[in-house]
Ligand binder design. Sequence first.
Ligand code: ATP
Ligand code: PRP
Length: 210
Amino acid sequence: MTLRIALSKGRIFDDTLPLLAAAGIRPSESPETSRKLILPSQSGDVEFLIVRASDVATYVQHGGADLGVVGKDVLLEHGGEGLIEPLDLGIASCKLMVCGPPELDLSQKHRLRVATKYTHCAREHFAATGRQVEIIKLYGSMELAPLTGLADVIVDVVDTGNTLRANGLEALEHVANSSARLVVNRVSMKISHASIAPIIERLRAAVAAG
Ligand code: ATP
Ligand code: PRP
């Protein structure tokens, strides 16, 4: 049976390809130039599903894919139901942070307005510290929200901090660390253990080899 691996284009794909290649798994054509959403592998026993980064966990949870590579930020937001997370791939490292104008006092009394695509993580983070917030769902360009008065702060991923600096914002509070994880559908792990276990072990060796 052909195993399906869900991947998103962009930074996760670029960083995952060398690890998959070290594990003997290579796409038969470049996902950057192909318009196909299912790409066969050269060996034929695996195929790649090209999905949005925030949809990888959903595909693997519901069995649309057997395996996937997904940021821990997306997993935290998704909740991880139906998934096994056997391996930290150590790539696409970033931090989920509360960000806003420099020196904004986050303990101010009024209900903070928080713009984010990580609504679940943001709600949990502020609830854990007893702060009432209004969550405003956005899908991208979150840095615009405090600049336009749409929100007081954002919850977004930060790596170099360049995007924040370019927009006059700064990281104010840490929410979680993130890096890309291999995830496996719980049922696939049982049914296809003989073919999935070697892939996990070869990827583990590729990650350890750096
Ligand atoms: P979608 O297309 O579903 O909205 P996205 O635009 O966030 O998702 P990418 O930008 O490719 O997709 O990010 C994929 C993953 O890479 C994120 O879930 C996160 O784990 C990580 N990531 C995002 N931004 C950065 C960054 N600037 N540096 C390092 N890792 C990052
Ligand atoms: C992500 C994130 C920040 C930026 C942070 O955006 O949403 O805007 O990276 O990285 P930095 O700290 O190194 O500047 P991305 O580049 O993925 O674009 P997107 O808004 O399309 O997701």
